[in-house]
Write a protein that binds this ligand. Structure first.
Ligand code: GSH
Length: 370
């Protein structure tokens, strides 16, 4: 039996950056293996049934896919230095950041990668290495562009279009960067002196794209040096302090949290409605995309694909709240009211989804949801 984990992924992959930072923090020995075309064919697809990275192979041999599932599983196996806060507000904020970072910061992460030509030579070369790590640079850039175009194809599906780009830039440059920079000028991590779930999730869009690609990295170095320093701490620190006492959530996070309720919540509710309508219309096997819907950001309306998977991430936040005791809920409610999230957590979902064999299925009517 091997004694270490294997992380299959890539230096330019958003979700790989999240797990790399997590494994580093947990001090779990791991080897990182580049997800080359051959690794997909020989290892990833046969062992997970899907074509996503990262994939973690446990020392026991089992293959874990989906970063939320990977962290859930490893937290149970390695409970020391848990990344899951125990107090109600900090617990909920961790889940909110999981949702924000994994699902919503994808928009700026993808926009500033694929709509900034200054990134291209570098990014194409990196993608080229997945064909062969020894490929000459010029050939790698040429072939890498072809693979990169698959990922670039996700840009319009996510709702990144001429109509929405000014709103995405306004959110990221006008709100997110200055608010996070201010926060990290006061605190080492999201919730105090040690990283917690939300920090690792943020390392996805930030570590994997926005701090990694030349164009957004240059912007962040100039405009948000404290956020850059946080990114370095996430990669390099080995000594940590403690979470803030008394379940404190720093008010410097309020602006970022408030926008989740203003903009992401309506979209997620709409996603739930579409998933329910699909089920009620007789649909059982959930496709990756379920038509399109309109979302609003910064006063602009734009179209994007409905992604049922995001309902699963939404459920995780609602479940976290529903799992609190009555006293804990009261504490959480006070905080939620301050960030525009009063009543946001009691949204009913009649057709829950879950992951089975790395695929999203309806939690109801098991026999029919393949
Ligand atoms: N929910 C998954 C998402 C993983 C994911 O989208 N990974 C990207 C690379 S960073 C990928 O493999 N995309 C391929 C695709 O979307 O088809 C997770 O958290 O692991």
């Amino acid at each position: 039996m091997k004694s270490q984990y294997i992380l299959y992924g890539a230096p330019f992959s958003l979700y790989t950056a999240k797990i790399r930072a997590y494994l580093h923090y947990k001090k779990l020995p791991f080897e990182e293996v580049l997800s080359t075309v051959s690794v997909y064919r020989r290892i990833i697809v046969p062992n997970t049934g899907v074509r996503f990275v990262p994939v973690v192979q446990a020392p026991q041999g089992e293959y874990l896919q989906d970063t939320a599932h990977i962290i859930d599983t490893l937290e149970l196996r390695h409970p020391d230095d848990s990344v899951l806060p125990e107090s109600p507000r900090q617990k909920l904020v961790s889940r909110l950041f999981e949702l924000l970072a994994d699902e919503w910061l994808l928009l700026p992460a993808m926009h500033y990668r694929w709509n900034r030509p200054a990134n291209f030579p570098f990014i194409y070369q990196q993608f080229g290495r997945v064909i062969s790590p020894w490929i000459p640079k010029f050939l790698g850039a040429y072939l890498g562009k072809k693979i990169a175009n698959k990922f670039r194809g996700f840009v319009p599906l996510l709702g990144i279009s001429d109509g929405s780009i000014p709103a995405i830039e306004q959110w990221y440059e006008g709100d997110f960067l200055p608010q996070m920079d201010d926060h990290f000028s006061r605190h080492d991590f999201l919730l105090g002196g040690r990283p917690s779930l939300g920090d690792f999730c943020l390392m996805g869009p930030l570590g994997g794209h926005l701090l990694h690609d030349p164009a957004p990295r240059a912007m962040m170095l100039q405009r948000a040096p404290h956020l850059v320093a946080w990114g370095e701490r996430m990669k390099c620190s080995t000594d940590y302090g403690t979470l803030l006492p008394d379940d404190e959530v720093p008010t410097s996070l309020n602006g970022v949290l408030a926008r989740i309720f203003q903009e992401l919540w309506p979209l997620l509710k709409d996603t739930v409605a579409a998933t329910e309508a699909f089920y009620d219309g007789g649909g059982r096997s959930l496709p990756r995309r379920l038509g399109v819907h309109i979302f609003r950001m910064g006063g602009v309306s734009a179209e994007r694909a409905i992604l049922p998977f995001q309902q699963w991430k939404f459920q995780r936040v609602l479940d976290c709240y529903m799992g609190l005791s009555a006293t804990e809920r009261r504490r959480a409610d006070d905080f939620l009211a301050d960030v525009g999230g009063a009543d946001a957590m009691t949204f009913p979902i009649s057709r829950r989804v879950e992951r089975k064999n790395n695929r999203l299925v309806f939690a109801v009517d098991d026999s029919r949801s393949a």
